[in-house]
Design a protein around this ligand. Structure first.
Ligand code: AMP
Length: 217
């Protein structure tokens, strides 16, 4: 990574829109969007041993062990396209991962630019996730808020949409419980370090993105 790379962490429970915001922000900044969930799903689609092992945790809504996750993410950060920085989405999710990220950045004379935390009420989160439909190419729809033109096919390439195994209501509740137990302590950690900026995740997607973008300037 170059000196003064922009390194943003998007924090927020599943369903707060952090993925959507991370993609938009990365586009505006011209740096890659890295989602550990997407990396695991890519490994699974390619049937790598890592992907098959990760899926046993993902399907229950549990976190993949830190060691596997940290090794995978650090390898991704070494790639050339990360030279000017990255927007991290879904990473770190535990204190161990946060400390690993900070010590990695320290070792290359970098530091986090900003940790953006998106807040959304729990009832809305469950509604958002259980209505979510995805395309293989990564487009995200919602049965109510952003339906595809034709049920349930991708607007762009017409391929069938699917619902994530871990977006089912009971798994969503488990993911939220895990988020509270393991990821909430991160918020305190980053707040103490003066890196945390809080955003309201309810509202127009582009307005929320403007707020995050402006906070970076
Ligand atoms: P996401 O797409 O971010 O909602 O992630 C989907 C699933 O991938 C999570 O429920 C976890 O099982 C796994 N996962 C993604 N990121 C991490 C991470 N940083 N640490 C551990 N597990 C993760």
């Amino acid at each position: 990574m170059k000196e003064q790379a922009t390194i943003v962490v998007m924090l927020g429970a599943p369903g707060t829109g952090k993925g959507t915001q991370a993609v938009l922000l990365a586009e505006r900044l011209g740096i890659p969007h890295i989602s550990t969930g997407d990396l695991f799903r890519e490994h699974l689609a390619a049937e790598t041993p890592l992907g098959i092992e990760a899926a046993t945790y993902m399907n229950k809504g549990e976190l993949v062990p830190d060691e596997i996750t940290i090794t995978m993410l650090n390898a991704r950060l070494e790639e050339d396209d990360c030279e000017n920085g990255v927007v991290l989405d879904g990473y770190p999710r535990t204190l161990v991962q946060a400390l690993a990220l900070e010590s990695y950045l320290d070792s290359i004379d970098e530091e986090l630019t900003m940790v953006a935390n998106l807040a959304v009420p729990e009832a809305l989160i469950v509604k958002r996730l259980s209505g979510r439909w995805m395309s293989k190419s990564g487009n995200v729809y919602h049965a109510e808020y952003n339906p595809p033109k034709r049920k349930w096919f991708d607007d762009e390439d017409g391929s069938p949409l699917y619902q994530r195994e871990d977006d089912k209501a009971e798994t969503v509740l488990n993911r939220l419980k895990i988020y509270e137990a393991q990821t909430l302590p991160l918020i305190d950690h980053f707040r103490e370090e003066g890196k945390l900026v809080e955003f309201n995740g309810v509202g127009e997607i582009n307005d929320i993105n403007d707020e995050i973008f402006e906070a970076l300037q």
